[in-house]
Design a protein around this ligand. Structure first.
Ligand SMILES: CC(C)(COP(=O)(O)OP(=O)(O)OC[C@H]1O[C@@H](n2cnc3c(N)ncnc32)[C@H](O)[C@@H]1OP(=O)(O)O)[C@@H](O)C(=O)NCCC(=O)NCCS
Length: 147
């Protein structure tokens, strides 16, 4: 999954992205706290995403490192993985999702808005990159969750 994240993110985000400096141990530790999934096409890994619980009055997951390798972008795989997280989250009793977008990728917010996320200045992201501008925070209540 570390290599898949690198394959998806390298060349798309600037070199100072923390996604490009992750170790296998760090990815393993994060997966141990939450979970992750890999989407495949004809048996070949094409993208991945991870999540882990974060403190919030509503049971919440933070989503990290959604990525699809360049070859398979634009085939709804990113959307598919996000929809799977909704399903996993609901099954696990999760009511709310949150994530951050690099401030130099504001157009990405549109992608997440189509999935039900909205800008949320109250989100406390688990970790932010000290070398870049603060990220754009988004959150979403999962369908069926109390408002
Ligand atoms: C973002 C990403 C995961 C989308 O994956 P994907 O499988 O191509 O996404 P889908 O095919 O499900 O959806 C594509 C939609 O997202 C939009 N989109 C994808 N990346 C975008 C970007 N950087 N800026 C604006 N819109 C973007 C596309 O325009 C498209 O919209 P449309 O359906 O209205 O045409 C992929 O581009 C990627 O891996 N990027 C590099 C890593 C990254 O930036 N991850 C997100 C971190 S928050």
């Amino acid at each position: 999954m570390r290599d898949l994240t690198l394959a998806a993110w390298r060349g798309t985000v600037p070199d100072n992205s923390t996604a490009l400096g992750e170790t296998v141990e760090y990815v393993r530790e994060l997966l141990g706290r939450g979970g992750g999934l890999i989407v495949t096409v004809d048996g070949e890994p094409a993208g991945s995403v991870r999540w882990f619980p974060v403190p919030h009055p509503k049971p919440s997951w933070e989503i990290k490192r959604l990525g699809v390798v360049p070859r398979w972008r634009g085939h709804d795989l990113g959307r598919l993985m996000m929809m799977r997280i909704d399903e996993h989250g609901r099954a696990a009793g999760i009511e709310r999702l949150q994530l951050g977008i690099r401030s130099d990728q504001p157009a990405l917010a549109r992608f997440y808005e189509t999935l039900g996320f909205t800008h949320d200045a109250n989100v406390r992201l688990s970790a932010t990159n000290p070398n870049t501008a603060p990220p754009i925070a988004l959150s979403k209540l999962l369908p069926g969750s109390p408002a």
